[in-house]
Design a protein around this ligand. Structure first.
Ligand code: NAD
Ligand code: UDP
Length: 314
């Protein structure tokens, strides 16, 4: 079989760079496209110069012509701090970026996988969340640029499928963590680990009783590759269904790094979802996928990564 040509948008980011590693290690060709808003070259540095690897600085809000078989469309800031930095740009990235990539997929007959999100469920009224749940999203709040952006991105995918028979795969990703998250990324796992390593108090937003379900990056990438290779369009939830309160996460990180640290409470951000946990029966039955790495174990390599990053920046 011919070697696959993959385009990974957002390829220099957290998830994109892990996906790059996996596809390169499998002997495939990878074009990594990024505008470096939240991605960094060092995430994919080891592949620069490899004959099967290309790195392109490009913004997905502009069209691009490339010959590829598969488009892994990940380009979009994922952390609330970053996607709220310029919310209009976030909405443009979600809509125009997905539109441009679907246009490319249609032109060259490529299959496109959209990295959608559990945020399409908003602050959910049903718990846990199956794919059939249509969500409870505030259309005018500070998270809307991202949540509604991903919702219209999903819509575009399905309209391209209906109108042009474009091959699409829609993946709803739940909170994922691991090495290569940015230390200043603002997401909870990176915040707690960096605060603990610096000997600072851990910042609980609200009372810390809101919940999330954390998936280790290797598990997530396994699910992503299985979805791209299967014959289902989705949407499919990929996430770890073991649910934790944010306070429990803080306790776990504190226990692993420095049991003497304090917690401080800060105001809960607007529209912060109170609970989140995926139903993964579909991923299990159609992809044969389930996460294998418990939070307890996935935190160790993540802490090691942040330790070495903080050492480097000293
Ligand atoms: P990330 O911020 O590390 O990666 C996003 C990448 O996209 C970065 O490299 C950034 O520079 C790039 N990018 C942003 N806007 C761009 C643009 N206009 N043109 C080109 N490149 C652009 O985030 P991540 O955690 O790796 O997330 C990757 C994808 O997965 C995102 O689409 C995100 O919405 C989705 N997702 C992630 C999570 C998670 O927990 N990590 C959860 C749900 C969904
Ligand atoms: N959070 C927190 N302290 C922090 C960062 C985040 O308590 O320093 C909370 C945040 O309010 C949310 C949860 O942790 O309830 C997950 O936040 P994150 O930004 O990681 O992801 P998302 O809200 O998009 O799931």
């Amino acid at each position: 079989m011919r070697i696959k040509r993959n385009l990974i948008t957002g390829g220099a980011g957290f998830l994109g760079s892990h996906l790059t590693d996996r596809l390169m290690e499998a002997g495939e060709e990878v074009i990594c496209l990024d505008n470096y808003f939240t991605g960094i070259k060092s995430n994919v540095e080891k592949w620069i110069g490899h004959p099967s690897f290309e790195l392109i600085r490009h913004d997905v809000t502009e069209p691009i012509r490339l010959e590829v078989d598969r488009i892994w469309h990940l380009a979009c800031p994922a952390s609330p701090v970053h996607y709220q930095f310029n919310p209009i740009k976030t909405a443009k990235t979600s809509f125009l970026g997905t539109y441009n990539m679907l246009g490319l997929a249609r032109r060259v007959g490529a299959r496109l996988l959209l990295a959608s999100t559990s945020e399409v469920y908003g602050d959910p009224e049903i718990h846990p969340q199956p794919e059939s749940y249509r969500g409870c999203v505030n259309t005018i709040g500070v998270r809307s640029c991202y949540d509604e952006g991903k919702r219209i991105a999903e819509t575009l995918c399905f309209d391209y499928k209906r109108m042009h028979e474009t091959e699409i795969r829609v993946m709803r990703i739940f909170n994922t963590y691991g090495p290569r998250m940015l230390p200043d990324d603002g997401r909870v796992v990176s915040n707690f680990i960096v605060q603990a390593l610096r000997g600072e108090p851990l910042t609980l937003y609200g009372d810390g009783e809101q919940t999330r379900s954390f998936c280790y990056v290797d598990d997530l990438i396994n699910g992503m590759i299985r979805l791209m290779n299967c014959d289902q369009t989705g949407p499919i939830n990929i996430g770890n269904p073991t649910e934790f309160t944010i306070r429990q996460l803080a306790e776990l990180v504190r226990e692993k790094i420095n049991p003497n640290l304090q917690f401080i409470e800060k105001p809960l951000p607007q529209d912060d979802p109170m609970q989140r946990k995926p139903v993964i029966n579909l991923a299990n039955s159609v992809l044969g996928w389930q996460p294998k790495i418990a939070l307890e174990n996935g935190l160790d390599p993540t802490i090691e990564w942040f330790k070495s990053e903080l050492e480097k920046s000293k």
